[in-house]
Design a binder for this molecule. Structure first.
Ligand code: HEM
Length: 404
């Protein structure tokens, strides 16, 4: 066994057993962050805080929610919203956070794409990030089932139907996923388990992997500069804090992160208290009814772009296009063939690709919410084809890019 001395303080006692000073250095005071990064690099911390709010509000909701098809709707809309003191507050925090988290995820993702933060040694940050996106999508979808309203039921029906794989008609898989012919008690119970246990555990593990993946390559910066971190940190530690290109994570960079988090929380609680309606679909305030299909079934705003890639095509092609849209972002580090790590505006044609992609995703999102009729379905079709064409073009555009 290691040699232990009589401790001089509680700190010393803990340090001998847990090496807390070393951990503090590695994780905080000597975790080096480039100086040339802007507020967009605080989105990771904003995501951590939003996830924590989802966890805490979810725990409070769990104390009154009942995962039973006869009582689930009332336990949310009556017990939590009216009977329990401040139940409405926890529900609004949970619903708003569930929606806003996707806004921040998209900003975080597109910051990474704009600055090329998925390249050269940063592939694992990107891949673990995309797995987090998938896990958050599963978390949002399973949570949407729980109030057992009309949209819960019918969105559950539509999405699980996709697993029949179009003309292959593999209905056995759909029944296996539902545990029944239609969404019913077995369905609600398993989605409840996924939402409160399995998927949150996966998210926590993935956040750990995402952070570990940041350790060696460090975060990128807004000029795509490559630093010698040993040299720059040595300068900092020798007292040349001005000349060094890096700062400590804590408390230096952390204080900037927390400033952005504070501004974000003002916006967040403004939504919670005055504008929570956008996070709750009015149709979901009607209890689930398997005999009454809503006139228009659509997902929450953050899934609309991929839903619109599914819709304008025939059944099988739509399903293939949808499958393509789900996986293609993961492959970005391998489809971008240019070695340049630089902001998109310094990368020639890639800048056009980037902005076209943003406009296309906004067009798909807008069309996804509208009924698939007339001009809307034509725009939707063009936008879906453009999405696929942009991805097919990416390797060629980036291959032609001049090496910097
Ligand atoms: C919700 C879960 C997520 C959390 C908590 C999270 C957290 C973080 C944190 C704290 C950082 C470092 C600081 C920063 O750049 O903001 C980071 C960096 C990064 N994340 Fe995430 N992230 C999440 C999801 C994602 C997703 C969905 C992607 C997209 C694929 C992604 C891709 C990246 C990339 C590429 C970087 C490196 C940025 C750079 O080097 O400049 N993350 N993440």
């Amino acid at each position: 066994m290691a040699h232990f001395e009589k401790a001089k303080s509680i700190h010393d006692w803990l340090d001998q057993r847990l090496a807390i000073d070393k951990v503090n250095k590695v994780m905080q005071t000597e975790y080096w962050i480039p100086k040339n990064i802007n507020f967009l690099w605080a989105m990771g911390m904003v995501l951590v805080i939003t996830f924590m709010m989802l966890l805490v509000s979810g725990i409070f909701l769990l104390m009154y929610y009942q995962p039973n098809i006869a009582t689930a709707f009332d336990s949310v809309n009556y017990t939590i919203m009216r009977e329990v003191e401040f139940g409405w507050l926890w529900r609004h925090v949970h619903a708003v956070a569930a929606s806003v988290v996707f806004l921040i995820i998209y900003i975080h993702m597109f910051t990474g794409i704009y600055y090329g933060s998925y390249k050269k040694g940063r592939e694992m940050i990107w891949i673990s990030g995309m797995l987090l996106f998938v896990a958050f999508s599963a978390e949002a979808f399973s949570g949407y089932m729980l109030p057992w309203g009309q949209m819960s039921y019918w969105a559950g029906m539509v999405i699980t139907n996709l697993f029949s794989l179009g003309s292959l008609e593999m209905n056995g898989i759909v029944e296996w996923i539902r545990g029944d012919y239609v969404p019913a008690q077995a369905f609600l119970t398993r989605f409840f388990m996924l939402h409160v246990l399995l998927v949150p555990l996966a998210i926590m593990a993935l956040i750990g992997i995402h952070f570990a993946a940041l350790r060696i390559p460090h975060v990128n910066n807004q000029d795509g500069d490559e630093f010698d971190y040993d040299e720059e940190s040595a300068k900092y530690l020798a007292g040349d804090t001005k000349g060094s290109k890096v700062i400590r994570f804590a408390n230096d960079f952390l204080s900037k992160d927390l400033f952005v988090v504070a501004v974000y929380l003002i916006f967040f609680f403004y939504l919670v208290f005055w504008n929570y309606g956008f996070a709750m679909d009015p149709v979901n305030f009607d209890p689930a009814d398997g005999l009454k299909t809503p006139a228009h079934i659509y997902p929450e705003w953050y899934f609309l772009w991929s839903y619109e890639i599914l819709r304008p095509f025939s059944k099988d092609i739509g399903l293939m296009a949808f499958g393509f849209a789900q996986v293609i972002f993961v492959l970005l580090p391998f489809l971008d063939r240019s070695p340049n790590v630089a902001p998109a505006n310094r990368r020639g044609p890639f800048a056009i690709w980037f902005w076209l992609m943003i406009v296309d995703l906004i067009a798909l999102t807008a069309m996804g919410k509208l009924p698939p009729e007339g001009i809307f379905s034509t725009i939707g079709l063009y936008a879906a084809v453009t999405f696929i064409a942009l991805w097919v073009a990416l390797p060629f555009i980036t291959m032609m890019e001049k090496k910097k």
